[in-house]
Design a protein around this ligand. Structure first.
Ligand code: M6R
Length: 610
């Protein structure tokens, strides 16, 4: 999704902006641009395409400036082209603005401005905002006031950064629904929509909240709310190492992140297991354990891969905590007036912690008095901050658009929460100790699976040209089937469906012939025999079968085309292992098709629009 960077200080901002935009590339975008101001000139350089294209345009120009903003755009209003790219500017070309989010009332604002003589060059909603600010500047307001007045007229969401040639000592930033963070330096300041773009410069950050406006100078900043009341902002220390956001020798971030899972899974449970008591401790939930354990219901709201993690969570919590659980797409939850009571706990799962639908559903649940529990990866993200209580998954930065290590870490955290609240319910000390033992083995077991990378790549070779794929699983492996299908479709653009295996006979079986690859997740759990019957049904119709099975299962080799063997573990923890071959399968198929796996078309890492 769109990215914002900015700089004010004594250095040449051009390199800083380009470097920052590169760090935001993983979010997905289709055009890029920068706007710079110095004593003698100001300019906007933008293009359709990649940051590398923008860099080429800058070659030989020797621009130097101490003030600038930059943007990567993911098209919402108007196609990806140079004119629609940000920064947008006024007619005099001395006021530049970058914007993430959507101005919902842009059409009526545009008509009003057109009546006053403003012309529009782009099809974007953003151009309305820059002209609106210009209108207040022409009424002799200073930049800060002009931005505030303009924002008061705007409906929708925004994270904006604005610079003005006539006030070259400041950047104005404002947030409503779209993340922004200030990086505090020494006699220089940075802004970005994502801390990853800042951490090579500073670890001191200030997170903007909704309806806040910051005037940022090189040596200080002033924070106000939209009603012009000054507010005090806390400076936080971020703890991300620079090598965590580089590829570390791997061809793609996605592969690196798949390979990091032994460590990320370990980090998610580190210091959180209580082996003797057969349960867990989660600092973030301290004081809330009883309220969660005695909830009438648990609702889980999330999107995409995080929603799949929620489905696994439903199975875990119902099995051990005995509390009814409902899992909702956040996008539906926010608009369908769900029944939420004050004795419900609502869990929000989000890797980025910024997904617009999930954040909106959190606000809805909060209004209705439910306890809101966030499970996030990005520290300090909006969902993490706005939840009543929560648990970080500690997977480390996930850059690849396709979520991999965040999924397995979300599952670890859901298992920990399940253990925490199930002791007085259906989880005996012995069962808890068994689960803990199995959890401790997870990193080693994942390492074993990752060693099969070459075997999985060879299987991928055979299916690069497949047009469709079916993924089938039951019980705990049903959400894994959904996740396997999502991984494949989002990065390889092959149509893939995930289904509960038994549901196949109610429709999808009609699709099966010798051209249909079917991936079964057939581990030795309580529904193993039933899945074997489903495999036979596909075999009888000549479908090609790839099975994820357990190491000790010799029988399955006789009836499937390819068997990928994984270690056996507790049923509840199986998805943490069974999903890994599916991540690798999707990855290799996409690479063999020559596709950009880290930035698949039309997708964004952090979906901050509806
Ligand atoms: O940051 P979130 O976990 O809230 O993101 C939710 C989805 O956008 C995300 O999982 C998406 O489906 C990924 N591309 C899946 O790989």
């Amino acid at each position: 999704m769109c990215g914002i960077v900015g700089y004010i200080g004594a250095k040449n901002c051009v390199h800083i902006l380009i470097d920052g935009l590169k760090k935001l590339e993983y979010r997905g975008y289709d055009s890029a641009g920068i706007g710079i101001i110095n004593d003698n000139y100001c300019d906007v350089i933008k293009t359709k395409g990649k940051v590398s294209d923008l860099e080429k345009m800058l070659t030989g120009k020797n621009f130097t400036a101490g003030l600038g903003i930059g943007h990567t755009r993911w098209a919402t209003h108007g196609e990806p082209n140079m004119v629609n790219a940000h920064p947008h500017l006024n007619k005099e070309r001395n006021l530049f603005l970058v914007h993430n989010g959507i101005i919902e009332n842009y059409s009526s604002l545009k008509k009003g401005l057109q009546k006053e003589g403003y012309n529009f060059l782009s099809e974007t909603d953003t151009e309305v905002l820059v002209n609106l600010i210009d209108r207040y500047l022409k009424k002799k307001h200073n930049l800060g006031t002009a931005v505030r007045y303009a924002l008061n007229e705007v409906e929708g969401t925004y994270g904006i950064a604005v610079i003005y040639k006539n006030e070259p000592d400041k950047i104005i930033v404002a947030r409503k629904g779209s993340p922004l963070v200030l990086g505090v330096g020494v006699n220089e300041n940075f802004i970005a929509s994502d801390v990853n773009a800042l951490i090579s410069h500073t670890s001191q950050v200030v997170y903007l909240e909704d309806n806040e406006i910051l005037e940022i100078y090189s040596d200080h900043f002033v924070a106000k709310n939209i009603s012009d009341k000054e507010i005090i902002k806390e400076i936080h220390e971020v703890d991300i190492a620079i090598d965590e956001i580089s590829k570390g020798g791997y061809a793609h971030f996605m592969l690196k992140e798949i390979m990091e899972q032994p460590e990320s899974i370990y980090n998610s449970m580190r210091g959180r297991l209580l082996p003797e008591e057969g349960t867990s401790k989660l600092g973030g939930l301290q004081g809330f354990e009883d309220r969660i354990a005695h909830s009438d219901r648990i609702l889980i709201s999330a999107c995409g891969t995080s929603w799949h993690a929620g489905l696994v969570g439903e199975y875990m919590l119902e099995q051990y905590a005995g509390i009814p659980v409902e899992v909702e797409y956040a996008s539906e939850f926010r608009y369908r007036h769900p029944v939420i009571n004050s004795n419900d706990t609502v869990i929000f799962i989000s890797q980025s912690g910024e997904t617009a639908d999930t954040l909106a559903s959190l606000r809805e649940a909060k209004k209705k008095g439910a306890l809101c529990l966030g499970i996030c990866n990005v520290v300090g993200s909006s969902i993490a901050r706005e939840s009543d209580t929560g648990v970080y998954i500690h997977a480390g930065p996930e850059i690849g658009v396709a979520s991999t290590k965040a999924f397995t870490s979300q599952l670890v955290v859901l298992a920990l929460i399940t253990m925490l609240i199930s002791r007085e319910k259906r989880l005996s000390v012995t069962d808890g100790q068994y689960l803990i033992n199995e959890m401790k083995k997870l990193p080693r077991n994942v390492e074993k699976i990752l060693k099969m990378n070459d075997t999985i790549e060879k299987i991928a070779d055979k299916y690069v040209n497949a047009k469709n794929f079916l993924y089938l699983g039951r019980g705990y492996n049903f959400p894994v089937a959904l996740e396997g299908a999502l991984k494949l479709k989002e990065i390889s653009y092959i149509h893939a469906e995930g289904y509960p295996a038994a549901e196949m006979k109610h429709g999808p079986i009609a699709l099966i012939d010798e051209n249909m690859p079917v991936v079964f997740i057939a581990t030795k759990d309580s529904v193993y025999d039933k899945v074997m019957s489903n495999i036979e049904e596909v075999r009888a119709r000549k479908g090609k079968i790839i099975a994820i099975a357990n190491e000790a299962d010799d029988q399955i080799d006789k009836i499937v085309d390819h068997a990928i063997k994984i270690p056996q573990t507790a049923d509840m923890l199986t998805p943490i292992l069974s999903v890994i071959p599916l991540q690798l399968l999707a990855y290799h198929i996409a690479v063999k098709k020559g596709l950009n796996v880290d930035q698949p078309r039309n997708l964004a890492k952090s979906v901050t629009v509806e």
